[in-house]
Write a protein that binds this ligand. Structure first.
Ligand code: DHB
Length: 315
């Protein structure tokens, strides 16, 4: 024990100084960390979970131009361009017809089908070479003195309490993380709408039913045909909040998708066993202020938009 305590490396790890300490190594924290490193700013990310847990999260699959431009600007867009599927448009379905919206013709821009999970992986893998330190498995993350000019955070790891002093703290720790809670309620306003429905999603290793996405407005509820690749599909149906995943067999879900997406999509739909099936409640949320003293919020800690509401911008 005595030897361990005398180890200078260990001392350095218990008390660390940096310019910006980011809480959360999801897409928002990783992207911010890389953007700061590209400006030569010393940055450390602390993450409560393990790398495998972070990469196991199912996230949306379509990136808009803002995001693909940022990856290119960072010089990290290589795999995205090699493996992603650029789309010029999408379809709206009304129960019978498919109506194509030509986004490229209307805006001059494409969207990119490349899972946010893949973006997360690319940003994680590039972190060491860019000098972006990520500390995983950091428990009990707490923010201190955010309204002073010497804020710091503490966390526990390997049975010890660690401290990072920083000029700024950035909360990229999602809707449930501790950062937003460090802003006193007396100065804060939260705007929130919880929708009376959720999205039941299925991921399956089957080819997509269309080469582009289909957003369906059906009297039985919304449905979305999306994809992760030419061999992996992602579908959603809107369901009531009291629905249980257990009540939705794969067969029932495929049947419902076929009805809502319409005959043309149904004819091309390939069914397969669910790799993942879950219900996501939908929320709109904006928190003010997004900056308080030396603390800044980014990503889902500051604002949430429901799917098909521009989340992939990371605005
Ligand atoms: C997905 C795609 C979308 O366009 C969207 O709005 C939400 C989710 C997806 O593929 O998961």
């Amino acid at each position: 024990m005595g030897m361990m305590d005398a180890n200078p490396y260990r001392l350095e790890r218990l008390f660390m100084k940096t310019q910006v300490a980011i809480i959360g190594a999801g897409p928002a924290g990783l992207l911010l960390g890389h953007l700061l490193r590209a400006e030569g700013i010393e940055t450390v990310i602390v993450e409560r979970a393990t790398p495998d847990y972070v990469l196991g999260r199912i996230r949306a699959g379509v990136l808009e131009r803002t995001m693909t431009d940022l990856m290119d600007q960072l010089g990290l867009g290589g795999r995205m361009h090699a493996e992603g599927l650029p789309h010029d448009g999408f379809h709206l379905a009304d129960g019978e017809r498919l109506i194509r919206i030509d986004v490229a013709a209307l805006t001059g821009k494409q969207v990119m089908v490349y899972g946010q999970t893949e973006i997360t992986r690319d940003l994680m893998e590039a972190a060491p070479e860019r000098g972006l330190e990520i500390i995983y498995d950091a428990g009990d993350v707490a923010l201190h003195d955010v309204d002073s000019d010497a804020p710091y955070l503490t966390y526990s790891k390997d049975g010890a309490t660690h401290r990072i002093d920083a000029q700024f703290l950035c909360g990229c720790d999602g809707f449930h993380g501790p950062s937003r809670k460090a802003i006193p309620a007396s100065v804060a306003t939260a705007y929130e709408k919880v929708y009376p429905f959720g999205w039941l999603g299925i991921l399956a290793d089957v080819p997509p039913c269309n080469h582009e996405l289909i957003y369906a407005n059906h009297e039985r509820g919304f449905a979305l045909a999306s994809m992760r690749s030419e061999t992996r599909s992602r579908y959603y149906v809107q369901v009531a909040l009291d629905e249980k995943v257990e009540d939705w067999s794969d067969e029932r879900l495929w049947d419902e998708l076929a009805i809502r997406l319409g005959p043309e999509a149904a004819a091309q739909m390939v069914r397969g066993p669910a790799l993942e099936k879950s219900i996501a409640p939908l929320r709109s949320f904006v928190f003010e202020p997004m900056r308080y003293g030396r603390l800044m919020l980014a990503g889902d800690s500051a604002h949430i938009v429901p799917p098909t509401g521009a989340n992939p911008h990371y605005s």
